[in-house]
Design a protein around this ligand. Structure first.
Ligand code: SAH
Ligand code: SF4
Ligand code: F3S
Length: 458
């Protein structure tokens, strides 16, 4: 990497899905050769990037209030005779770019998720090297981005994200993603394997393959023909990474290769996040999910047959237009049938420009609230049940960070449970056997098994 002349401070705040986390890391990689180093506070920053999410309500309001809060840092910097660039990136930038520039004069640049490889050019424009202006970059084609991103990664931890697929062609009637991320695009297998190898060389123990619709991945395989996510996982496993995960999948794109991967590949973790949104066929149809509740159950049964201990997770929306008490009950029945180990539930939020935003049969806010509470209570009950079931097991845990209490470290089991255990900080980045002592609602407690040190020269 070219050595920068002078170090500058970069503060990135990230909202939304894991893909935004990946993107924020990649923005840091793009800016590193220009001398930017990441800091964890906006104080004295030379550049602030707000990497935003547009998935649910008030997304734009949140961005404006954050800009309002950060304005004083920019003013303080200018009072010292310095400069602070303020950028809005991500899905709100894509959807509301011009509006943001119009309403917030402190914002120097706005760019969508497919254009951050152009950051050096945008920074040059905004800092006035070629006559200062406020760039807006919101093209939606993904192809150029991945080819132009640097090979270097500056912030690599024990667990890394790797984007393999972006965009979505499914157009569920409630969702903004096809509009903010554009059409589906799969990176070629070789490019993904090269990036995975670089992450492994930098010490990553776990790679999570990302896509808005990751199991729709159909990039060119090593023989040049379109391949499948299951085959990609098989190739990544051969590189020697200890743990592989992927997210988020769509029930319609589950194929035999993916099921086989869960049966045959030890490094593919026994965990699957497969959103269902609703258990009612009527609502699934109105959402344009293109599958029935029974079809979803059948897919989950196949995963369970291939890997009996697999832990399931899902996303659910309550209060979609037209949802009756009976439809909601079908969602509760689904949770009871699948026995999820974890789950995420949301109140339906109408998004501008999506077909559902114009549908009749609106569900009253208080009904949505009450249904959400019932669903969350049920999911919590299932989570507790799953976590309790693992009590007494000895599981390999990848420790990733300092824990909540003094002397604790935190990591995840193969089932993606969050574990807290007393242990030395030096174990962060290692996979260690842990006996699960107690299961709680959203985490488990464990004790590190005594590590036997074999004295080589004894
Ligand atoms: N690609 C994934 C989901 C991406 S969005 C899939 O197909 O399932 C993440 C989650 O946000 C969704 O699964 C959904 O549960 C929720 N979500 C998306 N749009 C929403 C909206 N308008 N209102 C409420 N929740 C929404
Ligand atoms: Fe949104 Fe549906 Fe695409 Fe998921 S599959 S990103 S919910 S449009
Ligand atoms: Fe949000 Fe965009 Fe991800 S809308 S959920 S950041 S794809």
């Amino acid at each position: 990497m070219k050595k920068p002349d002078q170090s500058k401070k970069l503060f990135i705040k990230t909202w939304g899905c894991q893909m935004n986390v990946y993107d924020s890391n990649r923005m840091a990689d793009v800016l590193a050769p220009l001398g930017y180093e990441c800091v964890d506070s906006p104080d004295g920053a030379d550049m602030i990037i707000l990497n935003t999410c547009h998935i649910r309500e008030k997304a734009t309001d949140k961005v404006f209030s954050e800009i309002g809060r950060l304005k004083k840092h920019k003013k303080a910097r200018e009072a010292e005779g310095g400069q602070m660039l303020m950028a809005v990136a991500g899905c709100v930038a894509q959807a509301e770019g011009d509006f943001i520039l119009e309403r917030a004069p402190v914002v120097d640049m706005v760019f969508g998720p497919q254009t951050y490889h152009e950051l050096p050019e945008m920074v040059a424009k905004a800092t006035g090297a070629f006559g200062s202006n406020r760039p807006v970059h919101t093209e939606l084609a993904v192809e150029n981005k991945f080819d132009s991103l640097p090979e270097e990664h500056v912030n690599v931890g024990p667990a890394s994200f790797l984007s393999v697929q972006e965009g979505c062609d499914k157009f569920c009637t409630f969702c903004v993603v096809p509009y903010t991320r554009g059409a589906e695009f799969s990176r070629p297998m070789q490019a993904i394997l090269d990036e995975a190898m670089r992450l492994i060389d930098l010490g990553t123990k776990e790679i999570t393959l990302l896509g808005q619709n990751v199991n729709a991945w159909h990039g060119d395989g090593l023989d040049g023909n379109p391949s499948s996510l299951g085959k990609l996982i098989e190739e990544i496993a051969k590189l020697g990474v200890t743990r592989i995960r992927y997210t988020t999948s769509h029930p319609r794109d589950v194929d035999d290769d993916l099921i086989a991967a869960h049966r045959d590949i030890d490094s593919l973790m026994p965990y699957l996040h497969l959103p269902v949104q609703s258990g009612s066929d009527k609502i699934l149809k109105a959402m344009n999910r293109k599958h029935t509740a029974d079809e979803y159950k059948a897919v989950m049964d196949r995963f369970r047959d291939a890997r009996p201990d697999i832990s399931f997770s899902g996303d659910f929306i309550v209060g979609f237009p037209g949802e009756s008490e009976e439809d909601f009950q079908a969602t509760m029945d689904m949770v009871n049938y699948i026995e999820y180990g974890s789950g995420y539930s949301f109140k339906y939020s109408p998004r501008p420009g999506t077909p559902a935003a114009n549908m009749g049969g609106l569900v009253r806010e208080e009904v949505k609230g009450e249904r959400l509470q019932r669903l969350q209570d049920l999911i919590t009950e299932k989570q507790l049940k799953f976590n309790k079931k693992t009590e007494g097991l000895v599981l390999p845990v990848l420790f990733e960070r300092i824990g909540g209490r003094e002397g604790q470290i935190q990591g995840r089991t193969p089932y993606n449970q969050s574990v807290n255990a007393y242990g030395n900080e030096r174990l962060i980045g290692e996979i260690v056997d842990v006996r699960i002592t107690e299961g709680f609602m959203s985490s488990v407690a464990g004790e590190i098994e005594t590590v036997e040190i074999i004295a080589q020269n004894a």
